[in-house]
Write a protein that binds this ligand. Structure first.
Ligand code: BTN
Length: 320
């Protein structure tokens, strides 16, 4: 009920009478009063004026499982949402829980991480203001399908950012999300598998949301939704959009990757058409990224030869 009351206050942007809340939600005035006090104790500033009602003056913008779930309506993503203040890494937390038999759909999200992990053994700086989360899925697929799962996750986040902020987010293959030429989101997918079947997949996603600045060493290559839009983002609302998109895109990718999915990915992929370079077998390859294959590989043309790349580090000219 707390989340519904808050949604009413936010939507109104003005005073809402206790009578209106009571009628709309079918609850007593005492229940409303109690919930207002709970919200105030969580940092919401709510003014109440006799004969006018309640006005939301300020939100603390804290991640809250009830707020995130309010109106979520997903099939599998977010069946259980665990919000943490701090954790070593949400990927590690989900892997620990998966090993104990936790069901698919679990989402663990944290305000900060003390040992956030990036790809290729790097550190992912995870200070407050971001959204750091991991989704647990248990698809009945071979381990080789992990690449397309990661692509699907990148596509979903890119679409969510576009929908919620109108920022022209793009995908830097395989799964960084960029705005302009700076990174706003990174994805680290980890799995446990038998030889022929995935046991579970932990899709870890870090989004720079309300960061107002970045440390010197990454300032030239990192951005946040706040820096791009000039406004503070309601993290619960935005996160709900991300989870909805993940639910939709994954439900399609996990059945079979359609041409529509691939085309959508191609359209949003900033890598295609640019000069790229990579190392293979100790040799540096430079070429032009031409396309994404239906299995999610990057197709590069180099010295008249076509090369496909399925993972690893590709440097794209002009993007950080
Ligand atoms: C990268 O671009 O290198 C991947 C970054 C992935 C960061 C996210 S934050 C949530 C999840 N937990 C982690 O420890 N890492 C991922």
């Amino acid at each position: 009920m707390k989340a519904q009351i808050l949604a009413m206050l936010k939507e109104a942007g003005d005073y809402v009478s206790g009578e209106k809340i009571s009628q709309q939600l079918g609850v007593t005035r005492t229940a409303i009063w109690k919930n207002m006090n709970t919200l105030r104790s969580e940092g919401y500033v709510i003014r109440s004026v006799r004969n006018k009602g309640y006005l939301l003056e300020k939100s603390p913008n804290l991640l809250d499982a009830e707020m995130i779930s309010n109106g979520l309506n997903t099939h599998t993503v977010g069946t259980d949402i665990v919000v943490m203040k701090s954790v070593d890494s949400t990927n590690e937390e989900v892997k620990r829980r998966a090993a104990q038999g936790e069901k698919a759909g679990l989402v663990v999200v944290s305000d900060e991480q003390s040992a956030g992990k990036g790809r290729l053994g790097r550190v992912w700086k995870s200070s407050t203001g971001g959204i750091y989360f991991t989704l647990l899925i248990r698809p009945e697929l071979p381990p080789s399908d992990i690449a397309s799962i990661t692509l699907a996750a990148g596509l979903a986040v890119c679409l969510a950012i576009r929908e919620y902020t109108d920022c022209p987010a793009q995908i830097k293959w395989p799964n960084d999300i960029i705005i302009g030429n700076k990174k706003v989101c990174g994805i680290l997918t980890e799995m446990a598998a038998q030889s022929d079947r995935l046991d579970f997949v932990a899709i870890g996603i870090g989004i720079n949301v309300n960061h107002t600045e970045f440390p010197e060493e990454i300032r030239h290559k990192a951005t946040s939704l706040f820096l791009e839009t000039g406004r503070e983002i309601d993290r619960n609302d935005f996160f709900r959009t991300v989870l909805k998109k993940l639910d939709k895109v994954l439900s399609s990718f996990l059945v079979s990757v359609s041409m529509d999915d691939v085309n959508q990915f191609r359209q949003l992929c900033a890598t295609i058409g640019r000069e790229v370079s990579l190392e293979r077998g100790g040799e540096k390859i430079v070429g032009i990224a031409k396309d994404i294959t239906t299995s999610g590989e990057l197709l590069i043309e180099s010295n008249g030869k076509k090369i496909t790349v399925n993972s690893g580090e590709v440097t794209v000219q002009g993007i950080y």
